[in-house]
Design a protein around this ligand. Structure first.
Ligand SMILES: [Fe+2]
Length: 337
């Protein structure tokens, strides 16, 4: 039998090690996702913790959900959130790429974003195993110098991931350490390669995913990449045209940049999710997390001072990912699987 939201949030807050001495802040938007707000508050209180609800009158833009926020409300939001130990973000678009997130986690607070439907939250709940996979994946990225992704379809891209300061994101779906951000559910690692080092080409195949468009690629598309930027998008089908049109629409060279690269390892995450569910009800975490997917993305990289709201996450099937010639994913399967 499936669990209700309250039961799921309670399980989640236990993973996040919420203690009775702590206060949890819930950041929400007026009139949106009230069931998530209530479940977060009830769970925190049933663990003996305090719970504070911070409701902004407007944070999301329907056109650019993950990026823009209403500046006037941010200082008050930050002041209140910084008095709390953990922040649960149930805003519609999420404060994922925002300054708010960096300032909360930078102050040592744990922050968790929650957006997916209850059934996805339950089925893909974080585990110690995911945490272990994330930690070991991140270590491989940190100690690596060159990441190469290739496929039978013709993908062949190399990026420079050298340096101890490589920005690495490890997501396993809960926040059990100070300063940690995560998105429930998750199961992937990613890094921002050295700026302007990506060279080669990506060949998208039908069944690869375009997030946040929440749909599968339908036609083969080749993205040529030089010095970290997409220089050409070719292909006979409509998808090449549609992708070209999307990138052109931003009128921003930064939209064409390669952003983060990495791979997924959540064994319960299914490729079919975008067809099984109403895709617009999903945030795409299931596709980002599928075991053995290679995910790359386009647009922003705060570590290279490149800011743009144009951001596609593209999980791909059937790729081989190697770090310094040692495979971590072979033909779309996790090495050693
Ligand atoms: Fe992304």
């Amino acid at each position: 039998m499936s669990k209700n939201l309250n039961e799921l949030f309670l399980e989640q807050l236990k993973l996040c090690k919420v203690k009775p001495t702590e206060t949890v802040a819930v950041i929400s938007e007026l009139g949106k996702k009230n069931d998530y707000v209530n479940a977060a508050v009830d769970s925190a209180r049933s663990l003996g913790a305090g719970a504070l609800v911070l409701t902004a009158s407007s944070l999301s833009s329907s056109a650019l959900p993950p990026y823009h926020s209403d500046g006037r409300e941010i200082p008050a939001l930050l002041a209140a959130a910084s008095e709390c130990d953990m922040v649960i973000d149930v805003t519609v678009g999420g404060l994922v790429h925002s300054d708010v997130r960096m300032r909360i986690t930078g102050a040592g607070k744990r922050m968790l974003f929650v957006a997916e439907p209850a059934e996805v939250l339950e089925r893909l709940m974080g585990t110690e195993g995911l945490r272990t996979s994330a930690t070991s994946g991140a270590a491989k990225l940190k100690s690596g110098r060159m990441l190469r992704v290739s496929s039978e379809a013709g993908t062949d891209l190399r990026v420079d991931i050298s340096g101890a300061d490589l920005p690495v994101t490890l997501q396993y779906g809960y926040v059990d350490e100070p300063g940690r951000w995560d998105h429930w559910p998750s199961g992937f690692v990613a890094c921002f390669p050295k700026d302007r080092t990506a060279q080669g080409k990506i060949v998208l195949q039908p069944g690869d995913a375009l997030i946040p468009w929440q749909r599968y690629v339908r036609d083969e598309v080749t993205m040529h990449i030089k010095n970290g930027f997409i220089t050409d998008i070719t292909g006979a089908g409509a998808d090449a045209f549609v992708l070209r049109d999307y990138f052109e629409s931003w009128k921003d060279p930064n939209a064409y940049a390669v952003s983060h690269v990495g791979w997924g390892f959540h064994q319960a995450a299914r490729w079919s999710a975008l067809d099984v569910y109403d895709p617009r009800s999903l945030y795409g975490q299931e596709l980002r997390s599928t075991a053995g997917n290679f995910m790359w993305s386009t647009g922003p990289n705060r570590y290279a001072s490149r800011y743009t709201p144009a951001h596609l996450d593209i999980p791909m099937r059937g790729c081989t990912v190697e770090i310094d010639d040692r495979p971590v994913v072979v033909g779309g399967r996790l090495e050693g699987e």
